[in-house]
Design a protein around this ligand. Structure first.
Ligand code: ADP
Ligand code: MG
Length: 334
């Protein structure tokens, strides 16, 4: 095959179910119509990519020992994929994203998956997601869960994705066509995200070591935890799982007031029990929720800045990005 390759992978927004993926819990992310496209031609023995979003090009060999030292820095995501995939031929092409970079809509996962497909990945969406996750962990040094990559790999137009992270099973859930999903950036750069993320993950694992896997635990089990901080961390994960279930039911019933309540409850839990919100995010959620036509809002992504997701009646918000549920990653050649 020598023709032109075009690979696309979407970004994602997480509607509800935050910091549950690495706990084996539930999340309801949605692949969005914005994403990353990689176009080019296979051949040679180098991976050469330019990016419409970056000044410097990436030029890599097919064998990579340490992706973390690659320059420019965006090449580390590419190098992470190359190290995982071990392609036998090179690629010359261009990367272009419609998803904003660094905003919490997972441009990084969409880059990893589009690059993997362009370089010749063959396999099931779940394997693609796992490859992307390993590449992300190596490139960023953050022990991230599988949500971003699984949403990007398994996206289904018109649907959110109910993911059970004990089995990595994905069930598409229809999103009402006239329910608008809007992502509003807080203007606050995500800070401390790497180290604080690793600390939260370690807390969840410490809680599970005492009371068993959190997806099997209930709130009564939480009381057995002696450390008050671990109690709050575990209570977030366990209550968030229940909110994902309730949200999925409310989505099927198109019960918008209930969807809004659950978004706010998720935000409060992330703020009070998981300690990953900020005053800026809290103020943005409060301001958005006061606008008629906004059903609810909450921080989305790991927290510490970044974005808020809101559910609204169509055309309610004149700010932010309206995102539509779109298809998962795919590749075509001509
Ligand atoms: P998010 O995934 O929320 O957008 P991250 O910080 O995880 O934020 O990933 C953003 C990084 O991914 C960018 O700084 C860049 O290194 C890389 N990246 C994403 N999209 C592109 C692109 N189109 N071109 C080059 N690098 C990209
Ligand atoms: Mg990312």
């Amino acid at each position: 095959m020598t023709g032109d390759i075009a690979a696309f992978a979407p970004g994602r927004v997480n509607l509800i179910g935050e910091h549950t993926d690495y706990a084996g819990g539930l999340s309801l992310p949605m692949a969005i119509h914005l994403g990353t496209t990689v176009t080019g031609v296979r051949g040679g023995d180098r991976i050469r990519l330019t990016s419409a979003q970056q000044d410097e090009a990436v030029d890599l060999p097919l064998t990579i020992d340490d992706p973390t030292t690659v320059e420019p820095a965006w090449g580390r995501y590419v190098a992470g994929v190359v190290a995982e995939l071990s392609p036998t031929t090179g690629f010359v092409g261009e990367v272009s994203s419609t998803v904003p970079l660094g905003a919490g809509l997972s441009s990084s996962a969409s880059l990893e998956l589009a690059v993997a497909l362009a370089l010749g990945f063959h396999g099931m969406p779940r394997s693609l997601a796992e490859l992307g996750q390993r590449a992300e962990q190596v490139a960023s040094g953050v022990p991230c869960g599988l949500m971003d990559q699984l949403a990007s790999a398994c996206g289904t137009a018109g649907h959110a994705l109910l993911v059970d992270f004990t089995t990595d099973e994905v069930r598409p859930v229809p999103v009402p066509a006239d329910l608008e999903v809007v992502v509003v950036h807080s203007g606050q750069e995500r800070r401390l995200a790497g180290s604080a993320y690793a600390e939260r993950r370690a807390s969840v694992e410490a809680a599970a070591a005492e009371i068993g896997a959190l997806h099997d635990a209930d709130l009564a089990d939480v009381d057995r935890l002696t450390d008050p901080v671990l109690r709050r961390r575990a209570r977030h994960v366990i209550s968030e799982d229940a909110r994902v279930r309730a949200f999925t039911t409310a989505l099927a019933a198109d019960d918008r007031p209930r969807l809004g309540e659950l978004l706010l409850a998720s935000h409060a839990s992330l703020r009070d029990d998981f300690d990953v919100s900020t005053e800026v995010l809290d103020a943005l959620v409060a301001r958005l929720c006061a606008i008629p036509g906004v059903w609810g809002a909450r921080l989305t992504g790991a927290g510490f800045g970044g974005c808020v997701v809101a559910l609204t009646e169509p055309g309610t918000l004149g700010e932010g990005w309206v995102v539509r549920p779109g298809p998962g990653a795919f590749v075509s050649s001509s």
